[in-house]
Design a protein around this ligand. Sequence first.
Ligand code: FAD
Length: 310
Amino acid sequence: MSDALLPERLDAACGDLGGLHLRRDEPLAAHTTFGIGGPADVLVEAGTDDDVVRVVQAAARHRVPLFVLGGGSNLLVGDGGIRGLTLTLSGALAELRVLDDGLRIDVGAASTFPRLTQAALAQGWPPAVGWFGTPGQVGGALVMNAGTRQGEVGEVVVEVRMAGAGGLERRGRAACGFGYRSSAFPLGVVLTGALLQCDSHKSKEVETLTAMAHEQLNRRRATQPKQRSAGSIFKNPPGDYAGRLIEAVGLKGYAVGGAGISDVHANFIVNSGAATARDVVQVAEHARALVKERFGIELEWEVRRVGVHR
Ligand SMILES: Cc1cc2nc3c(=O)[nH]c(=O)nc-3n(C[C@H](O)[C@H](O)[C@H](O)COP(=O)(O)OP(=O)(O)OC[C@H]3O[C@@H](n4cnc5c(N)ncnc54)[C@H](O)[C@@H]3O)c2cc1C
């Protein structure tokens, strides 16, 4: 099966998706916080679990690649864009319900993560202090196990809901494989929501938690760049900080084209306005090479590089 036949298979898959909103050649730069990325062949929007299953099954049936776009805040989409179907979630999948007097929250994957964070803080959930200020959607936050040392979203997961080619299934926290900015969801599944529970809810006053969250936000504002980025470009290696290592090799301010290492925080690559994905990769790989040469440490990308990079 050659790639030359992909457009035909994609047309066939789109033919199975009547009633869903489809956009052809949609520029993904508009859907990422980096403001970078070529076009999606087809961007399809699904607003219910059943719609998501239809998309997953159409992709499988016609052997078309399927990529799930969340809030686009941890992505570097290649300049060549993304082939096949790119799925975005909306509608009923953005719902959020507070249950059991604030002990539990049921949330759809398309809800924004800041909205979940606010709701969790309002119910006195201490881990939400660590989530505060993280952009994106709940689905992306679950996949990335988003947060900080003060709290990661995976800690409060009871179960996630996901759609695969076999339909809908639920998976308990132990099977999600949450780690530092990672999870072990099988490739090709789409998370549609989660049931969360915080056993330490109301162990601190809401006012205290909100004050702690705002203190963290102020610290972030003082130490992180304001230009467009995808957050930390690399994971922190055990016992150290990627930003410290990149700064130590003298790369603060280093730039290629429109992409440069922030002079505020060296683990952020910022888009000055005209950056390409290629520029970002060149800057990042140069930093990785110098850190490896000087400290013997292999920095691992936290930002996910997806699509066609050239
Ligand atoms: C200014 C800034 C600050 C940041 N600060 C933090 C921070 O403090 N802590 C932190 O952890 N992160 C931080 N980030 C990174 C980013 O916000 C998080 O990783 C976020 O959780 C990504 O969510 P998203 O919805 O944007 O995911 P995307 O970037 O859209 O996608 C990330 C991955 O998740 C997958 N995905 C998304 N939704 C689904 C779904 N429904 N089903 C299956 N797969 C899915 C995508 O395919 C992709 O592989 C920051 C980013 C920025 C720009």
